[in-house]
Design a binder for this molecule. Structure first.
Ligand code: 0O2
Length: 222
């Protein structure tokens, strides 16, 4: 089996001439995606601030943002059989801009998701709820694709952003699992896969107990 570094090297080599030809347009599109990520991050920072005023607690542990790498963009365009052009990247790929919102407990995920979707400049494009229905390997996370405007000096532009909502425990598991297994084709019924699934269940139990502790600690304060 070809390893990931090798695959990435071949992808970069194959698409290098295209990237050189359309460098300026590509960098411009990436700048717009960065602006969209800034908009979404700000929305969550505002929600976090407001929540802490009302409830003396921050629901957000941290926010991570990433722009999909050129090799990952080209790999996905090729895998899905899309045409390679600037327009095609923008039209067909919904996850070029990605925000990962790490929350303190599971109910924070839905509270923040609902608060975001109530905002009138945010359009829901797609929702995949792997918290309510985890993947067979144990992966839990709430994925949204949203569209929102960025305001440029003489016009506005609608951009898409992928948001992954996770608890600290879900993120811990997913980060390690990604490193150990995801995209490395480790067999689904291997011992490693079974042990990872067991860890995901333990993380779920911890999340459930943390949620109860938060609720009980609030009751005791009044
Ligand atoms: P990146 O860009 O390197 O972060 P795709 O894989 O994107 O072609 P789809 O249907 O868009 O297909 O995938 P989905 O279900 O929306 O999930 C995409 C992202 O969710 C992945 O990004 C991971 O970040 C995360 N994810 C999904 N499933 C798993 C999983 O089983 N384990 C872990 N650890 N993460 C998962 P990528 O693909 O890594 O791209």
């Amino acid at each position: 089996m070809e390893n990931n570094d090798n695959k990435q090297y071949h992808t970069i080599k194959k698409f290098q001439p295209w990237l050189e030809q359309y460098r300026d347009e590509y960098l411009e599109l990436m700048a717009y995606y960065r602006c969209a990520m800034m908009e979404v991050e700000t929305k969550f920072r505002v929600l976090n601030e407001e929540y802490s005023l009302r409830h003396e607690r921050n629901p957000i542990d941290s926010i991570k943002s990433r722009l999909k790498t050129p090799e990952s963009i080209f790999e996905k365009i090729e895998r899905r059989g899309y045409e390679l052009s600037i327009e095609s990247i923008e039209r067909n790929l919904d996850d070029v801009a990605g925000i990962r919102l790490i929350c303190k407990c599971p109910s924070d995920i839905y509270m923040l998701c609902d608060a975001l979707l109530r905002q009138d400049d945010v359009i829901l494009v797609e929702k995949k709820d792997y918290v309510k229905e985890p993947k067979a390997n144990g992966y839990r996370s709430l994925h949204l694709i949203i569209a929102l405007p960025i305001f440029l000096h003489d016009h506005k532009k609608i951009m898409t952003v992928e948001i992954q909502f996770r608890t600290i425990a879900m993120d811990w598991w997913a980060t390690l699992e990604h490193e150990i297994r995801y995209k490395k084709n480790i067999n689904d019924d291997s011992e490693i896969a079974r042990r990872l699934l067991a860890c995901a269940e333990t993380c779920f139990e911890i999340d459930t107990e943390i949620e109860r502790i938060y609720v009980d600690s609030l009751k005791k304060r009044y």
